[in-house]
Design a protein around this ligand. Structure first.
Ligand SMILES: [Zn+2]
Length: 233
């Protein structure tokens, strides 16, 4: 209920704002069956179609750094799209990454560090490995971001600071550069309080992504630790 009211409020504020663009979210990109909710599994052709469609509609694909600059400096820009992935299963590396590379589209991966080199016990889906992350670290198209250590609902987690800071440290050790952005697991209003946003800031992240479904507008500079994001799959 709270999420619905908050989303309605956000949508009405969007109507009186300047729209900068959209941050879009994917999980799995695969044609194979994976034992997860179907809304998190994007067929490869559909993924490609989304990218082509955004381009056709005049969006330019930008990195998290570029989006951050546009949001904080209120700069003029054609509508932007940031492609993001959460969790992140290895089919993002094997299926989505070659398409993004071929189309020269920047993207961001938000990694749950406990999942690295691991297999989901329920779906048997493999997650990205240290090697995948090292390869991405060397590709300027890719931004590696945090998605906590164990993927809790941060608002109800006994130690949200450790969840955020440990995952940041682990990722920085692997990729050898600062990890500047975080996406909250279950990123709705009901799971992300003001306290959690303050902790994300004090942990050293420049901004944080929610799953509050709305475009990015000129008002988002005031809520950098609760940026909206549109789930696709
Ligand atoms: Zn997640």
């Amino acid at each position: 209920m709270r999420d619905r009211i908050a989303a309605r409020r956000l949508r009405s504020s969007v109507r009186s704002s300047r729209i900068y663009g959209e941050i879009i979210m994917f999980h799995h990109v695969t044609d194979e069956y994976v034992d997860i909710q179907i809304s998190c599994r994007c067929p490869i052709k559909v993924f490609e179609h989304y990218l082509d469609d955004y381009r056709k509609r005049g969006f330019s694909f930008v990195s998290m750094d570029e989006a951050y600059e546009i949001i904080t400096n209120k700069s003029d820009h054609s509508p932007f799209c940031v492609v993001t992935f959460d969790d992140v299963p290895d089919n993002v590396f094997t299926h989505a990454y070659p398409i993004l590379k071929q189309k020269e589209i920047p993207f961001a991966v938000f990694i749950t560090t406990d999942y690295i080199n691991n297999v989901n016990p329920r779906s048997h889906e493999k997650y990205v490995t240290t090697e995948h992350l090292k390869a991405w670290a060397n590709d300027p198209l890719c931004t590696v971001g945090g998605h906590t250590k164990s993927h809790p609902q941060l608002k109800y987690c006994p130690d949200p600071k450790t969840e955020m800071s440990e995952s940041k440290n682990i990722l920085e050790t692997i990729v050898g550069k600062p990890v500047k952005y975080i996406a909250y697991p279950y990123g709705k209003h009901s799971s992300v309080s003001k306290r959690i946003q303050k902790i994300a800031k004090s942990t050293g992240f420049k901004c944080a992504l929610s799953t509050i479904e709305a475009p990015v507008t000129d008002r988002c500079g005031k809520s950098l630790y609760l940026l909206p994001r549109i789930p696709k799959f």
